[in-house]
Design a protein around this ligand. Structure first.
Ligand code: PEP
Ligand code: CO
Length: 406
């Protein structure tokens, strides 16, 4: 029988990896456990010797851009795959994805008449939070897929085992993806920032450096706290509290306004500008009920935040076939009602967060091509959540209101 190591024993083994940020004693069901703790430890020691993935200056630049987003001068667009795949770490794929993001950004720029900051879910979006630790297919139950950084997508016991060597591969692929991003930036003379969920804290800690007495994460410019990891007493919030990068906070429909106020105070005690982007993912049915309270709580406390709408994650449905999908109609509805509420309350709708692919994937329902349930199996390639394809994403942007509360 394999022996699972608990967060407690991992703490002892890895106590020296990061003395500054004391998150290791805090439990989280979203932190992966490894059978062979020595193996994990060796991998982490190795990762700590590797060069950081991004540059310090980029983080500072993005923070400055986010200050402008908060003032209404710029708009924030974050998009990409739900889960990045190691297999898609190729120049052509990466460039296609950047081109897609740039086209969405251009369309938004024309519509909103302001500069759009492009933030790709890329070069490190390899770890996923999961609602259930298990996946059941027929009479077989296996651990769920947690992202290429942790285990394999293939539904076999061997592939679903958490493997520390995947962390090294995640580093190599992130580094390579970033090289492709730099090439593309030079070609088109446009800036792309990278982002991912700050989920695998053992990995993140290897790229946490100290500069001018501040901790900075150099695996990505922008990191976010997920809906499943935003517990103020949990390790993820604790980790993010101690780093200087700008951060996103995902907010689901169960978020209470006092909880939000406490979390923002915890993560940004000095109310620093350019630090926080709130990413609401309430679902089209809950937006009118929940968003006003959240906005009013932020306004009352005079917190500096940017407001971004993620119309994807609150609108996921599981079909009887077991396939996850989202309907473009609900996605559009959530964007529209969020914009309306921000406008009515004198708040600024300042960003959009999408899961979207440059390819003609068949993962979300609806749109001008009238995607139906029967079409979904044709080209469903997402490793996790369903993405809008190119035409669906463009159609969504047609529905963004150019009067966005300025
Ligand atoms: C995601 O962005 O892929 C995700 C899991 O989001 P959330 O934490 O909002 O569910
Ligand atoms: Co997702």
């Amino acid at each position: 029988m394999s022996c699972k190591i608990s967060s407690e024993s991992q703490k002892e083994i890895l106590d020296n990896t990061d003395n500054e940020i004391n998150w290791k004693s805090l439990p989280s069901s979203q932190l992966p456990e490894y059978e062979d703790s020595q193996h994990l430890n060796l991998v982490l020691q190795e990762l700590k010797t590797r060069n950081p993935i991004i540059k310090y200056d980029e983080v500072i630049q993005l923070k400055d851009c986010i200050s402008k987003v908060q003032r209404g001068e710029y708009f924030f667009l974050q998009a990409g795959d739900c889960a990045e795949s190691f297999l898609e770490c190729h120049q052509e794929y990466v460039h296609n994805k950047l081109q897609h993001l740039a086209l969405l950004g251009k369309k938004l720029e024309e519509k909103l008449n302001k500069k759009v900051i492009l933030v790709a879910r890329m070069a490190g979006q390899y770890a996923k939070p999961r609602s259930s630790p298990w996946e059941v297919r027929g009479n077989i139950t296996l651990p769920c897929y947690r992202g290429d950084m942790i285990n394999g997508f293939a539904f076999t016991a061997h592939s679903r085992r958490n493997d520390p060597d995947r962390l090294l591969e995640a580093y190599d692929k992130s580094k390579k993806t970033l090289e492709y991003i730099r090439e593309y930036e030079n070609k088109v003379d446009q800036k792309f920032y990278t982002s991912h969920e700050s989920l695998h804290l053992w990995y993140e800690s290897c790229f946490t450096k100290t500069f001018q007495e501040k901790n900075i994460n150099l695996s990505s410019s922008f990191l976010w706290l997920g809906e499943r990891t935003r517990d103020i007493n949990g390790p993820h919030a604790k980790y993010l509290q101690k780093i200087t990068n700008p951060i996103g906070i995902k907010l689901g429909s169960m978020t209470a306004s006092d909880e939000l106020v406490a979390l923002v105070k915890f993560l940004n005690p000095t109310n620093e500008k350019g630090k926080i982007i709130l990413i609401t993912r309430l679902g089209s049915n809950n937006t009118e009920k929940t968003l006003p309270w959240l906005i009013q709580a932020i306004q009352k406390n005079k917190f500096h935040v940017g407001w971004c709408v993620d119309p994807m994650h609150g609108n996921t449905q599981t079909l009887s076939s077991g396939l996850k999908t989202r309907n473009l109609k609900d996605i559009i509805q959530e964007v529209k009602s969020s914009q309306k509420i921000h406008r009515e309350l004198g708040s600024l709708f300042s960003g959009l967060h999408l899961e979207s692919s440059p390819f003609e994937v068949t993962e979300c329902l609806g749109g001008k091509t009238k995607m139906e349930e029967k079409d979904l199996s044709k080209n469903y390639t997402s490793l996790c959540d369903p993405r809008l394809n190119y035409s669906q994403a463009m159609e969504l942007i047609d529905h963004v209101d150019s009067n966005h509360g300025q």
